[in-house]
Design a protein around this ligand. Structure first.
Ligand code: MRU
Length: 360
C-alpha cells in the first residue's frame, strides 16, 4: 500500500491545466488528492492550508502563474505583462509571511522579462519558458532540501533525540523537507534517532503532518503537546532542535510557526542547540530585521472551535491567533542552508552567502 511519502506534495498536470496536491487539511485521516484549476481554487488552497509550508507554497505559485497565463489572449507583450502582474498580485495576497510565495512569483515574472528582453514577443515560447521555470523551482527545491539534510546531518549523531515544531517536512516541500531532511538522511544511514514532534496548536501541523510522515517512514516518533517540551528538554532527552522557517531577515531573525520562539527560548535555558533550516529562497535580504516581517493573523475559530466536537471557549471571548512568530537571532545556534551552516553574526554570514551566490 502507498504511504504518505509516496505521494507528491505538489505536481503539475499539464494536460488537465491543473495543479495536483494532497489536501493537507484532511490528513492524517484521509489521503485525498485534489486538482486546482482556477485562480480562486489556487488562492483558497494556499489560504486554507490545503497546501502549506513555505517551499511548497512557492512551487504551487510558480505552477499556478504558469497555468493562469497558459491560455492568455493578450495580443502584445505589454498586455501580457499587465495580466501576469495582476494574476501574480492576486496569488501573492493569499498568505503574507512565507517569502517563498512572492519569491517564486517574482522569479517567474523576471524570467519572462529576461526571455523577451530583445523586445520580440512569441507567446507560445514565453508560455513554454514559464512552464520550464516553474518546473525548475520544483526540481531545485528537492535538491536544496537534500543538501540541507546533508549539512544538518553534520550536527547530529546516531542515537540523538531531536525535537521539531510544526511541519517543515516532505509535506511542506517537494521531498525530504527542511527540518526533517537531516532526520530522513540519518534514518537512511541506519542511525537510531528519536524524533519528538510538538503538536503545534492551533492547526496541529506537528501532530497531523510531521508525526504522520516520520512515523510512516519508520522513524522512532513521539508526539507531545506544545507545553511539554520544556519538561522534556530538562530531562536531557533532546540533543538538538531543528525547525523550518517562513522568512529569515537579513540579521538572522527567523519567522516560523507560532510557538517556535518559545521553543528557542526554552532551548537556550537548557543549552540545547537550536537550528533553523532555511533554503536561501527563504532568506529575505530586503527585510532588515524580524520587526519588519508581516505576521499573518488568522481566524479566532481555529482556536475556539476547530478540531473540537463542540466549542471550547466562551462565546464572544477575544482570541489572539497569529500564525507565526519571530525567533530572535541570538537564540539561534545555526542556520542550516543548502550552502552550509551559518553561524552568528548572521548579518555578516548572510551578506557573504548572498555575495558568493550572486557571483555564480
Ligand atoms: O502555516 P504553515 O503550516 O504553512 O506553516 C509552516 C511552517 O511554519 C514551516 O515551518 C515553514 O513554512 C517551513 S516549511 C519547510
Amino acid at each position: 500500500m502507498k504511504n504518505i511519502l509516496d505521494y507528491e506534495t505538489v505536481a503539475l498536470v499539464d494536460e488537465d491545466d491543473a495543479i495536483e496536491i494532497i489536501d493537507q487539511t484532511l490528513l492524517p485521516g484521509r489521503i485525498e488528492i485534489i486538482r486546482l484549476h482556477t485562480a480562486k481554487e489556487i488562492w483558497d488552497a494556499i489560504y486554507l492550508l490545503q497546501v502549506r509550508g513555505a517551499p511548497a507554497i512557492g512551487v504551487t505559485a510558480g505552477f499556478g502563474l504558469y497555468l493562469l497565463m497558459k491560455h492568455s489572449k493578450a495580443p502584445s507583450y505589454d498586455e501580457f505583462m499587465q495580466e501576469l502582474g495582476e494574476k501574480s498580485d492576486y496569488l501573492n495576497s493569499s498568505r503574507p509571511t512565507a517569502v517563498n510565495l512572492s519569491w517564486a512569483l517574482k522569479r517567474m515574472e523576471e524570467h519572462v522579462k529576461s526571455y523577451v528582453g530583445d523586445g520580440s514577443f512569441d507567446k507560445d515560447a514565453v508560455i513554454k519558458e514559464m512552464k520550464e521555470e516553474a518546473s525548475r523551482i520544483k526540481a531545485e527545491d528537492i535538491d536544496v532540501c537534500r543538501r540541507i539534510g546533508e549539512n544538518g546531518l553534520t550536527l547530529i549523531k546516531d542515537g540523538d533525540g531531536l525535537l521539531t515544531h510544526c511541519n517543515a517536512g516532505q509535506l511542506a516541500t517537494c521531498k525530504y523537507g527542511t527540518a526533517t531532511a537531516p532526520m530522513y538522511l540519518a534514518h537512511e544511514k541506519g542511525w537510531n534517532i528519536k524524533v519528538y514532534c510538538d503538536e503545534t496548536r492551533p492547526l496541529l501541523q506537528g501532530a497531523r503532518l510531521t508525526a504522520f510522515e516520520l512515523f510512516s517512514a519508520g522513524i522512532d516518533t513521539t508526539l507531545l503537546c506544545d507545553n511539554m517540551s520544556a519538561s522534556l528538554m530538562k530531562t536531557g532527552a533532546i540533543n538538538a532542535i531543528f525547525v523550518g522557517c517562513d522568512r529569515v531577515a537579513a540579521n538572522g531573525d527567523a519567522a516560523n510557526k507560532i510557538g517556535t520562539s518559545m521553543v528557542a527560548t526554552v532551548a537556550k535555558r537548557y543549552n540545547v542547540p537550536f537550528y533553523v533550516c532555511a533554503p536561501t529562497s527563504t532568506i529575505d535580504i530586503n527585510t532588515p530585521t524580524g520587526d519588519q516581517i508581516r505576521i499573518e493573523q488568522r481566524k479566532p475559530e481555529e482556536v475556539t472551535e476547530m478540531w473540537y466536537s463542540e466549542r471550547m471557549a466562551p462565546e464572544g471571548v477575544k482570541v489572539y491567533n497569529p500564525a507565526f512568530d519571530v525567533t530572535d537571532n541570538e537564540l539561534i545556534t545555526g542556520i542550516v542552508t543548502e550552502f552550509g551552516v551559518l553561524r552568528a553574526p548572521y548579518d555578516k554570514a548572510i551578506k557573504e552567502l548572498f555575495e558568493k551566490k550572486n557571483q555564480k
